[in-house]
Design a protein around this ligand. Structure first.
Ligand code: AHM
Ligand code: MG
Length: 333
């Protein structure tokens, strides 16, 4: 059984844009924060960690205590590891600059965008939640201060993306551009072991995941696609499965074969999910797993970001399923 570190050294070193050591240092931070969150999530009901923190975040949503805990865990873990120079988090309006000693500036060239605890409305009811992360090289010169442009890069520039799912077990799934690999945490050793190598979407799935309660507010193309999913023809009807936790819904669809859809609605004309730290990393993983991700019309990874907390409609899954949905969307225009 490979540990995550062994896997990176032995199998995955050639696909990352920088050195193996850099990738290991990035993962050393990610693993540390993930284990701290795993521990807190697992005893949340006993430690007064459930409920609201009393803060409203930039999204205008009530922040949960565990949202804030997870945010701080990642910031702490990335500090002092000489690898990351800036972080943007769902939980903060502005990006955070990580200052390092002068002699280390050359090493600190990575930008991280993160949703520390996604699906946090599920925390208080013991349902799976997750962390989503996305990593880029900084664009600005190391002699200059970081700028917003360092964070507003297209998804196709990502060098690393992944998620951690705190579910029936805690699993870390990532891609650095050479397939998608999953590692399950053995809590007794505190070690992530390779459990899913080279994950590929099943060609045609049978699951559709969407918050159908909003269907009256969906574009016509989406409503017609849902109707199509329910028809008794070929390999349909599909099965509806929706957790309301992007990481959980994505992970199940990746393993079992299914499409995830969060469209725009009349009340949220830009959709709900955030491009930079929710959709881009999931889109990168989708493509690396042989699938597809779009906003219904355009490839997610080609969208030019204009704002840190920008939203977008989002669809991802096996190529055949996503392309079919796009056909319904095109018919509208
Ligand atoms: P969050 O980042 O505030 O947790 O919101 C994102 C979550 C996704 O995990 C999930 O897929 C979606 O919001 C669920 O939204 P809804 O309750 O509108 O279906
Ligand atoms: Mg989120």
């Amino acid at each position: 059984m490979y540990t995550l570190g062994e896997f990176i050294i032995k199998k995955n070193r050639y696909c990352f844009s920088s050195s193996t050591e850099t990738l290991l240092r990035l993962f050393s931070s990610i693993k540390l924060a993930a284990k701290a969150i795993h521990k807190e999530v697992n005893k949340a009901g006993l430690t007064e960690k459930m409920g609201d923190s009393g803060i409203t975040n930039i999204q205008g949503e009530n922040q949960k205590k565990l949202d804030e805990f997870a945010h701080k865990a990642f910031i702490k873990a990335f500090k002092n590891r000489n690898v990351v120079c800036g972080i943007a988090s769902e939980e903060r309006k502005n990006f955070i600059i990580i200052k390092e000693k002068k002699e280390n500036i050359l090493k600190n060239q990575y930008i991280v965008l993160i949703d520390p605890l996604d699906g946090s409305s599920n925390i208080d009811v013991n349902i799976s939640i997750g962390t989503i992360f996305s990593v880029y090289m900084r664009k600005s010169s190391i002699k200059m201060n970081l700028t917003i442009e360092d964070f507003l890069q297209k998804g196709n520039q990502q060098v690393l993306a992944g998620y951690i799912m705190y579910g029936s077990s805690t699993i870390l799934v990532y891609s650095s551009g050479n397939g998608v690999h999953g590692f399950t945490l053995d809590p007794s050793f505190g070690t992530f072991y390779l459990s899913h190598s080279n994950i590929i979407f099943p060609k045609m799935g049978k699951i559709y995941s969407i918050n159908e309660g909003n269907s009256e507010k969906f574009p016509n193309g989406i409503r017609k696609y849902i109707k199509f999913c329910k028809e008794k023809k070929e390999n349909r009807p599909y099965t509806a499965r929706y957790i309301g936790s992007l990481v959980g819904d994505f992970h199940r669809n990746l393993i079992q074969g299914g499409i995830y859809i969060y469209p725009k609605t009349d009340s949220s004309p830009k959709g709900k999910l955030r491009l930079l730290y929710e959709c881009n990393p999931m889109a990168f993983l989708s493509e690396q797993a042989g699938g597809k991700a779009s906003d219904g019309k355009q490839r997610i990874l080609d969208i030019e970001p204009t704002k840190l907390h920008q939203r977008t409609p989002f669809v991802c899954g096996p190529i055949g399923m996503v392309s079919k949905l796009e056909e319904f969307m095109y018919c509208e225009y």
